[in-house]
Design a protein around this ligand. Sequence first.
Ligand SMILES: [Mn+2]
Length: 323
Amino acid sequence: MPVKILAHGDADGICSAALVRARFPNAEVWFTRPVTLAKDLEEIELGTTTIILDIAISEGHKDEIFQYMRELAQHDEVLYIDHHPLPPDVLREDVPATQFVHMIGESTSELTYKLFREALPPELDRVALWGAIADYATETDFVREELNKYDRRTIYMEAGLLSQALGEAGGEYHYKREVVIKLSRGIPPSEVPGIVERAIKSTRREWEIWRYVREHVIREGNLAIIYDLPSGSLSKGALYALGTAGTDVGLCTRRKGDEVDISVRRRGDVRLDLNTILRRITSRIGGSGGGHEGAAGATVPADIFDDFLNSFKREISPIIRRG
Ligand SMILES: [Mn+2]
């Protein structure tokens, strides 16, 4: 029976894929994103076991996604493991997978590891930890318990190497597939060819972003903005914007042709659901957006960016602190 994995290309997605591949060593690994999931599902032959990992269900694509998923599920297993919030009008039972493992607050790597635990070599618990740390999803009983088995500094170092290296790898899917295979065999990131060099390079670039943000950040009330970050990761730009400006929320943009890519981050102790805010604004004015409560992104047509920003500013004020 052919098995196909469709995973997100970030460290959590890659660790999840490695855990699944340790269970199904012949599985093919593909990388996808919320806006391309429907198209990728359409290409899968009926009779394939399909495993979707760490891909949010996109509001604008959900009907198509569910249609293809339903067709695949009539012929074989469709397993969907994820931790992103569902679109507001979708219930768990609406997702036509044969098995839907969904929990907010735990990384997809943790969910995947726990699902296949019995069938996996116990040392792959480290892969689950690396995925969880990379997604900042460490406040769980599982992570606390598993960290006790190792030296957490070493585990964090490996997780840091992996997520920094993958941040740099972008669309290099061939390389990412190699990383999945190595991790699935119990090889730690520090021993995967190219990881250390890539991680160092991307960390140096990250400090350049940090210095750029310190000089260019614009503070508007409780929002710190970086317009048009010339290069590097928008999410790091948004994170360092709020960090250097001392605001509750950071936003970073980059123009890409007729569209603007936007990343937003908030302080951990701020009670604000960025996923819901971005989904609401984009479903009203155009574009697409979503993610997690504390970390989300959107892409909008350039001519409505000002509307987007005004709506966003209204949505985030006033902010109520937790506790
Ligand atoms: Mn994730």
